[in-house]
Design a protein around this ligand. Structure first.
Ligand SMILES: Nc1ncnc2c1ncn2[C@@H]1O[C@H](COP(=O)(O)OP(=O)(O)OP(=O)(O)O)[C@@H](O)[C@H]1O
Length: 774
């Protein structure tokens, strides 16, 4: 062949040239394949003529030769395998080979005869001739325009990808990343690599700024290149989402950019230059600039959108009409039915919720939030004569009561306490698991009264999605505990709503459960009110503080759980919570220790090792990401119910099966990163959940994490029993340390109308969600 394209350059690194024997496995969505191949040629020290190869590549085609780059790995069960990191198809080197290639299934409408005519007319260099000038196909007789166009397009796609593969593999990128880049940029990939690799950072999930910087250095892009500075700005803003900021003040943004971009030590990146590029980004709407606040588009729209939605909803009149006498009669009737009487604050909360378009109820544990929600539902139902039975409603008149919470567990608790259906906010909005919500400003929710619990966990972005889906005639009650940790995502919506004073709010402060003698509740309120002392940490029916030095802490925690388990306490009811993953008493170590005691290795008990962790049948595990297609969500807790070997299932890969509340989810081995052991979980992940028994180790090793709102959140997760262990002084120091990490949000001021809010719903549609980057 004369001038085969770029894929024919001499091999520079170790490779194996192979031909397919048989595809063993292929998973479409990720292009993960396993194949048995015949080795044609190799630079590797290999005696075998056959090999099993695996990695992220499209199915190999029969009769085609491929060059694979990778390394050998010895699999415990299957022996030596070649892990493919990069690959390319070798263009057929003979006339017959080329005819076989062109007449393969790849090229629709090209049979053996046409393929022969192509090769006869254009020679053995047919492929490169066609690729460099599509018109040469006109020389081939008896070929329709459609088939010519299709052939050219398919060749381009294939060649394009392989060319991109070869180039990007040279830069050390893995196949999976290359596939993502090619999926986003297609033919333009190599052009972008040369001109502006920083574009990869924002289009390809998981592509970091530093990696783009490396690529750019190889392309001789200077440190002060505008595109580098702009990428640095966007990257800094993205990084700050993780710290919960909704925007960055200009000064902070520039400081962050300087730290990120200043590599050469030369003073080329002046303040003016950085500010100038931020302005350019603003002009092109990659960022939004309000006074000195720099926003990513999605958060700018979320903050302004949410403000306008609140305005819209509260500007409408309340539909429910009743006299004070009606209200007193109805509440009296409920009190009689429930044989209790509402406290003053509780009554006010119900009354306000009925009379106002939107309101907030806050309060610590045991102050009667649930009691008020139940009372409100009954009162509303009696005043409006709405049945509380969903079965009494038809499509034309939807069930008027809509209950939602940010987590599945919190929603489940709402259902248990009210007897009415409740769902997660995501589900209520018909989230597709990626970017789209079925419910939005054009297709709003149905119902009359919306109650959202655990609102402190709802971030800026989800708040906006939820509020734009609320119809103007719906009444809204937001319930939460402002002393808990703020949302994981950006913003502090509940705190800002409260501080803005634009909505009526009732704070429930009287504690009812305490009357039943609960030390847990007493302690929680003492933490909240900064009145907790060492004397309060004494043993009671539902509380204990077991002192233990750091060296023994892990064993003490393990002992407590093991003993409870021996007394037949279900492992799901006892939860160890810790603030950090690493350190001797971190979540990972505690999980290892707990697993070895409560679910030890046994001869006939199956287990699977994965990246240094062991999953064993019977293990308690937690889901770490959202998998809406499987109906499991971040924070769900389940149990390993089966472990399968590759040869035992049709997919031919090792699998772990986990049961979550009656539904089973199967994880192929490489997806085991989606779960982890859950004997001990993080306090952050426990938000929105409650457990019968909470074991909370506290040590100075957790130092920088020991903050009031974190410990308060942990303590309030316990329903029946709270066992603290470790160093009491560390606990007391932690609860007296306020989290001073201020989140940059401007919601409060916007709600108070101290700043004009611009809001364009159509423009908002195009904004990407921050979830794409988290
Ligand atoms: N007015 C009241 N009179 C008597 N008991 C009450 C009253 N209000 C609440 N309680 C009782 O106090 C306990 C706590 O109330 P509830 O569960 O409503 O509080 P909560 O704020 O939702 O608590 P948590 O957040 O801890 O779940 C319950 O047992 C409830 O029956």
């Amino acid at each position: 062949m004369d001038n085969e394209n770029v894929t024919m350059e001499p091999e520079e690194k170790p490779y194996v040239k192979v031909e397919l024997k048989r595809m063993i496995f292929h998973k479409e969505e990720e292009s993960f394949s396993i194949a048995s191949v015949k080795v044609l040629e190799t630079t590797e020290d290999l005696k075998e003529k056959e090999l099993v190869v695996k990695g992220y590549f499209s199915p190999l085609e029969e009769g085609e030769a491929y060059i694979l780059y990778g390394y050998f790995e010895t699999h415990k069960k299957f022996g030596e395998q070649y892990v493919v990191e990069g690959y390319r198809r070798v263009m057929p080197e003979t006339k017959d080979g080329l005819i076989t290639y062109l007449s393969s299934d790849l090229f629709e409408g090209v049979g053996k005869k046409t393929a022969r005519r192509i090769v006869d007319t254009l020679g053995e260099g047919a492929v490169s001739r066609i690729l460099s000038d599509k018109k040469v196909l006109d020389e081939v007789p008896k070929m329709s325009r459609t088939i010519k166009d299709k052939l050219y397009q398919t060749l381009q796609e294939h060649q394009g990808f392989e060319q991109v593969m070869v180039e990007l593999t040279k830069h050390g990128l893995g196949l999976k990343t290359i596939q993502k880049i090619y999926g986003a940029f297609g033919d333009k990939t190599l052009e972008i690599l040369e001109e502006d690799p920083y574009q990869f950072v924002f289009t390809v999930e998981g592509f970091g700024f530093h990696r783009a910087d490396e690529l750019a250095k190889q392309q001789d892009l200077t440190d002060d290149h505008p595109t580098r500075i702009r990428a640095g700005c966007l990257y800094s803003l993205h990084q700050n989402l993780q710290a919960g900021h909704v925007y960055l003040p200009l000064e902070t943004c520039i400081l962050e950019m300087e730290q990120l971009l200043q590599t050469s030590g030369k003073e080329t990146l002046t303040y003016e230059k950085l500010a100038e590029e931020i302005t350019h980004l603003g002009e092109e709407k990659f960022v939004f600039i309000e006074e000195d606040r720099i926003y990513l588009p999605s958060l700018y729209f979320a903050e302004n959108g949410f403000t306008s939605q609140v305005d819209r909803i509260i500007s409408e009149e309340v539909e429910v009409e009743f006299t004070q006498a009606d209200l007193l009669k109805v509440i009296g009737a409920i009190e009689e039915e429930e044989t209790m009487s509402y406290g003053k604050e509780q009554f006010e909360a119900i009354e306000t919720a009925l009379k106002q378009k939107m309101m907030i109820i806050t309060g610590g544990p045991g102050t009667g939030k649930t009691t008020v929600i139940k009372g409100l539902l009954h009162a509303y139902s009696k005043l409006m004569d709405y049945s509380l039975d969903p079965k009494d409603y038809t499509k034309d008149f939807a069930f008027p009561f809509v209950l939602a919470a940010p987590t599945g567990r919190a929603a489940k608790r709402m259902t248990e306490s009210t007897g009415l259906p409740a769902s997660t906010i995501h589900r209520l909005l018909g989230w597709d698991g990626h970017q789209t919500f079925e419910k939005n400003h054009t297709n709003q929710l149905e119902g009359k009264l919306l109650i959202i619990d655990e609102f402190s966990m709802v971030d800026m972005w989800l708040s906006n999605q939820l509020f734009r889906a609320i119809p103007s005639d719906m009444q809204v009650v937001v319930v939460g505990d402002e002393d808990q940790l703020p949302s994981v995502g950006p913003g502090q919506v509940l705190a800002d709503l409260l501080a803005s004073n634009v909505l009526p709010s009732i704070q429930l402060s009287e504690v009812y459960r305490q009357k039943e003698g609960s030390k847990i509740i007493h302690l929680a309120h003492a933490i909240k009110n900064d009145t907790c002392t060492a004397e309060m940490l004494t043993k009671e029916k539902d509380f204990n503080f077991i002192q233990a030095p750091d060296m023994q802490l892990k064993d003490v925690v393990t002992d407590i759980v093991a003993k409870a388990h021996e007394k037949s306490i279900d492992l799901r009811d006892i939860q160890v919570l810790a603030p950090m993953y690493r350190t001797e008493t971190g979540i990972h170590e505690l999980n290892r220790s707990l697993q070895s005691r409560v679910n030890p290795k046994k001869k006939n008990k199956r287990e699977m090792e994965w990246k240094g962790n062991v999953f064993r049948k019977g293990d308690k595990v937690i889901q770490l990401v959202n998998q809406p297609e499987e109906n499991v969500f971040n924070g769900d807790i389940g149990e390993v119910v089966a472990i399968f070997r590759a040869e035992e299932n049709v997919d031919q890969v090792e699998q772990v099966v986990v049961e979550f509340d009656g539904k089973e989810v199967t994880y192929p081995k490489k997806e085991l990163g989606n779960i982890m052991l859950a004997y001990c979980t993080s306090i952050h992940k426990s938000q929105g959940s409650e457990f019968s028994i909470v074991v909370l180790p506290v040590t100075y090793q957790y130092n920088r994490m020991l903050k009031k709102n974190l410990l308060y959140t942990a303590v309030t997760r316990a329903k029946q029993s709270l066992i603290l262990c470790g160093t009491p002084q560390a606990f007391l120091k932690g609860i007296s340390t306020k989290d001073t990490n201020q989140r940059f949000t401007y919601l409060q001021e916007k709600l108070r109308k101290e700043t004009p809010v611009t809001y364009d719903e159509e423009e908002e549609e195009d904004a990407i969600s921050p979830y794409d980057f988290m």
